[in-house]
Design a protein around this ligand. Structure first.
Ligand code: CTP
Length: 398
């Protein structure tokens, strides 16, 4: 395949050298198009040696070959890694002041941008708007990962590892089997917030990443997807019906409404098991006599168990998630088996959490059980890989 690897001027450019090697080792023809600033980080000689192709940054070089049009026209896949805040801004506004941005305007193939920058720049409204604009035009923009940045600082902004970028890029060009075509699926994602007063709530650490990955995978496999989103910390993909929910009660209403004519319901959201009995309308003040308030909690409805037992549609596949830590009473899998039987769902995706696993992380490690607690499949890798394995298990039951 003819791939254009764009490299913008950021410290993460060194990781793109590894990405270039990966692409070359996989047998692809790679034309590297750095920006002028990128060459401050990794020199032309490195790119030329590893790609075995000439490297130019400007539209005024190789004018006889009309490079600013030819490079983009011939590309079958464009990857930009790292994509800096400046590159995102120039791409979003359609500028063509160097060979890379000119190529982005000309290319009609799938385009994947892998941003890397400081957290402040990534979270700035200008960058947020640029990313939204690019995504609305069908450009695939990866989320940077959280972790160590250039200095001692940490936060979202790191370039994903070269393997993850390559995997995401190839996913754009391999056509996904449309085995969910014509199916309606409902997916809940994120974590509920149960209010105590106007400013405080009981919540949890769920980012919604796994649920969003499930929604994206179902969309790519042809499904009509309703995503019931509870306080997500990640953006929602294009091409879905998104219904927002804040509390468990709102999530329950939204899921049940959408589930009435759904073939599949996946409860990936972390729903509070208990909520404060009352949410007061004014802010709870610190007591003057030094006594601590006592919270009275009441149990919430188990939405998954309710859907599984009530069966809004006879032929509906109901999928639950179980976040488990092993304890003195049993291992992760033993707890998962017991939960599969208790919940009555058709499939239960069990994952181990705690000690840096599961919540808010990029990768996941799961075991899929059926309603009797029997092993169906296991999967590990990025949350997108896990999502596809879950849909494999679901489609086998449809
Ligand atoms: N769930 C739900 N409604 C709730 C609580 C959980 O639908 N009120 C769903 C979740 O979306 C998930 C599954 O149930 O699919 C597992 O939730 P979990 O909290 O792990 O299980 P619990 O039943 O709460 O068991 P325990 O807390 O004892 O582990």
């Amino acid at each position: 395949m003819r791939i254009v690897l764009g490299v913008a001027g950021g410290i993460a450019a060194y990781k793109s050298v590894l990405l270039l090697r990966l692409l070359r080792e996989a047998g692809h023809d790679v034309r590297v198009v750095p920006t002028r600033a990128a060459l401050e980080f990794v020199g032309r000689a490195t790119w030329e040696a590893l790609s075995a192709q000439p490297v130019t940054t400007d539209v005024f070089e190789d004018v006889d070959q009309v490079a600013h049009v030819a490079v983009g026209k011939q590309a079958e896949l464009v990857i930009v890694a790292p994509a800096t805040a400046d590159l995102l801004a120039r791409a979003a506004t359609g500028q063509a002041d160097d060979l890379l941005t000119a190529t982005l305007l000309v290319a009609r193939c799938p385009v994947l941008l892998a941003p890397a920058m400081h957290t402040e720049m990534w979270e700035h409204p200008a960058t947020v708007a640029n990313v939204a604009t690019l995504r609305s035009r069908g450009v695939h923009v990866l989320d940077p990962v959280a972790g160590r940045l250039t200095g001692a600082d940490t936060g979202p902004g790191r370039l994903p590892e070269p393997e993850a970028i390559a995997e995401a890029a190839f996913a754009l060009v391999t056509t996904t089997v449309q085995d969910l075509a014509g199916r309606r699926v409902v997916i809940s994602a994120g974590g509920t917030r149960e209010p105590l007063d106007p400013v405080r709530f009981l919540g949890n650490r769920s980012s919604g990443r796994q649920g969003v990955a499930l929604a994206r995978a179902a969309r790519d496999r042809g499904a009509h997807v309703t995503l019931v989103a509870a306080n997500l910390t990640v953006p929602t993909p294009a091409g879905l019906d998104v219904v927002r929910a804040e509390t468990g009660a709102e999530l329950r209403d939204a899921v049940r409404a959408a589930a009435k004519d759904a073939d599949v319901v996946v409860m990936a959201a972390a729903v509070a098991d208990y909520r404060p009995r009352t949410a007061v309308e004014t802010k709870i003040k610190k007591s003057s006599d030094g006594s601590a308030p006592v919270l009275e909690l009441v149990e919430t409805v188990d939405i998954l168990a309710e859907l599984a037992h009530e069966r809004l549609r006879t032929d509906q596949v109901v999928v639950g998630f179980a976040a488990e830590t092993g304890d003195a009473r049993g291992s992760v899998l033993e707890h998962g088996r017991a939960k599969a039987l208790r919940k009555g769902a058709d499939l239960l995706v069990v994952n181990a959490v705690g000690e840096g696993r599961g919540f808010g992380t990029e990768a996941n490690d799961v075991t899929i059980l059926d309603g009797t607690g029997e092993f169906v499949a296991s999967a590990s890798g990025t949350k997108d890989v896990v999502a596809h394995r879950v849909w494999d298990a679901v489609t086998a039951r449809l």
